[in-house]
Design a protein around this ligand. Structure first.
Ligand code: ARG
Length: 587
């Protein structure tokens, strides 16, 4: 499989220009080929090196008279390749490349035989941590955590597809002073908590609220709660057991959400890193990074007015100390080369500061383009129709399980209205309703640039027109039904038939298919799932144009066109898979 993978089209074109660059400016080092896809009428790809190269060499002795002559030379020195149909130089030395239509057709056919895995992008890292979802024990898991879960899962899937080993980490907030209060309240309210095995507490959020009230109202209780934290952190058996029970209740609730979303995560909560904190801080202290400030121990960061607090004035550790220890662990124990954190943009400053601290400590290179690397993937708010933070009507925080159930139920109602209850087995109905409902929620989130706020609206996301999961899932199902209804054995066609892309709309669709790898690569390197959504939506549009202008079944080109349909369905399915959406095959 690996040797079939030559990298994305963009990478392959870039490789050709690399050869050409070496030939025309052999003495210049580090000249990266600058290649981009283009949609102009002059070509499919463009090489943009001429201008910057000219400003580098114009002072030196050179045979070139300006960017256009560099462009000409770049073109003339391109190695022979079956992928290129023709080239031309435009304006100030841009080299336009028209790909060979035959090569596109052949490449698609090869993918159909060898699998879409041969179109996986090639990335520079082997091991990555994706730190996502990460709700807090006993507090609500809110829509912000839902966004983190959806975005993180997609990024993990894209990296996994690119053959990166991904450590999917749920950095749950399972350690902190709130546990003293919760444990004491548990002892007080449910003296036989040990036998009840978590049944006693019931709704953990209500339990949290009640214990907080008790904490604020009664100084004696507060004192006991503070003692409980010390005893818990000291490892006292009974306190540990109570803590574990409380964590377990939350965990079961989180699991309900992950199960519905089909998200796999490995929990390594804040408590896991706690034992590493003293050693890590000592090392930083020995490097002279940690200073005393107003009773706390802090790290000063250049360009920031406030320092990063790593030991609070009461001697306790905090979010930052845990994150430093976790980063140390990920770099040194897990050998991760890229560590990606997914939280709302509200936490940007925290990440910026602790990343800077890690750079000061020499854990990370100062240059952000080098590895090991850390990235904070921030995202905006989820808004309700009123433009305010998304809440239920009674202005309570939305329970995520309810939100997902609602999406499923609404999509089920639509399917029933369309008469599917009579047509399908109840299992099919259930599965399709889930695929569409959960898919709609995920896609509505992912299609926007993650930094922008977006409005949560069931009617919009479940609309079967426009840029929605429903529209795309239906489009895929329709393609499957074209292939099914042709009554041709597609496996046979793959072996015996061949693709040709004679009609312009066939070529546009074919080229778009070929660009799958570079789009996934871009979505990965820039950590932007919306790039893949946009690709998927355009794929569907290109297919529609092809299908309305090119007869498939019963035409002389039937075999080629059925193969093109199949290739489109394969790529669409991979997109769905990467977005965490379950495809449907009939509607
Ligand atoms: N538990 C945190 C929250 O709910 C998110 C943790 C993100 N991960 C991290 N390593 N800080 O806001």
């Amino acid at each position: 499989m690996e040797e079939d993978n030559l990298g994305s089209v963009k990478q392959q074109v870039a490789k050709l220009f690399e050869v050409s660059l070496k030939a025309i400016v052999p003495d210049e080092s580090n000249v990266e080929p600058l290649v981009a896809a283009c949609t102009g009428k002059f070509g499919d790809y463009q090489c943009n090196n001429a201008m910057s190269l000219w400003s580098r060499i114009k002072g030196k002795k050179t045979e070139f008279r300006g960017p256009p002559s560099i462009g000409q030379a770049l073109m003339k020195n391109l190695p022979q390749s079956e992928m290129i149909e023709s080239c031309s130089v435009a304006g100030p030395g841009f080299v336009n490349v028209v790909l060979s239509t035959e090569w596109i057709a052949k490449s698609i056919q090869k993918m159909l035989t060898n699998g879409i895995g041969t179109w996986a992008p090639k990335l520079k890292v082997k091991i990555a941590v994706v730190d996502f979802s990460s709700p807090n024990i006993a507090k609500e898991m809110h829509v912000g955590h839902l966004r983190s879960t959806i975005i993180g899962d997609t990024l993990a899937r894209m990296l996994e597809f690119s053959n990166v080993e991904v450590l999917r980490r749920n950095h749950v907030g399972d350690w902190g002073t709130q546990f003293g209060m919760l444990i004491e309240f548990l002892f007080e309210e449910f003296p036989n908590w040990e036998d009840a095995g978590g049944q006693a507490v019931g709704d953990l959020q209500a339990f949290y609220k009640a214990s907080k009230q008790r904490f604020d109202a009664d100084p004696v209780f507060k004192e006991r709660a503070q003692q409980a934290v010390v005893r818990l952190q000291g490892g006292e058996e009974k306190y540990r057991a109570a803590w574990a029970q409380i964590c377990d209740i939350s965990r079961q609730e989180f699991h309900q959400v992950y199960k519905r979303l089909g998200v796999r995560l490995e929990e390594k909560g804040e408590s896991f890193y706690n034992p590493y904190i003293p050693g890590v801080l000592e090392a930083l202290s020995n490097q002279g990074l940690i200073e005393e400030s107003e009773g706390a121990r802090v790290i000063f960061i250049e360009g920031k007015n406030i320092p990063l607090i790593v030991v609070k004035s009461d001697g306790g550790y905090n979010y930052a100390s845990t994150d430093l220890a976790a980063l140390w662990y990920r770099l040194n124990e897990e050998k991760a080369e890229w560590i990606i954190y997914i939280t709302d943009v509200g936490q940007s400053l925290h990440f910026e500061m602790f990343f800077s601290a890690a750079k000061r400590a020499g854990w990370l290179p100062a240059d952000d383009n080098l590895y090991p690397k850390v990235s904070h993937v921030g995202f905006g708010l989820v808004l309700g129709d009123d433009g305010k933070r998304f809440r239920t009507r009674s202005s309570e925080v939305v329970r995520l399980v309810d939100l997902l159930d609602e999406a499923k139920n609404r999509s089920k109602a639509v399917l029933i209205e369309r008469g599917k209850a009579a047509e399908w087995t109840s299992e099919e109905l259930e599965q399709t309703a889930e695929a569409v409902g959960y898919g709609a929620v995920k896609y509505a989130d992912l299609k926007n640039n993650r930094l922008t706020n977006y409005t949560f609206n069931y009617d919009q996301m479940l609309n079967d027109k426009g840029n929605t999961a429903v529209y795309l899932l239906y489009a895929h199902a329709r393609i499957c039904s074209i292939v099914r209804k042709s009554a041709k054995d597609i496996e046979e066609l793959k072996k015996k038939g061949s693709i040709s892309l004679d009609h312009p709309d066939e070529r546009v669709l074919g080229l778009h298919l070929m660009q799958f790898a570079e789009v996934v690569e871009e979505a990965c390197t820039n950590l932007l799932p919306n790039v893949l959504c946009e690709y998927l939506y355009n794929l569907s549009e290109n297919f529609t144009r092809f299908y309305s202008n090119c007869q498939v079944v019963g035409s002389p080109e039937e075999t080629s066109r059925l193969l093109l349909c199949e290739a489109t369905a394969v790529v669409m399915r991979k997109c769905f898979h990467l977005l965490g959406i379950t495809p449907v095959y009939k509607i």
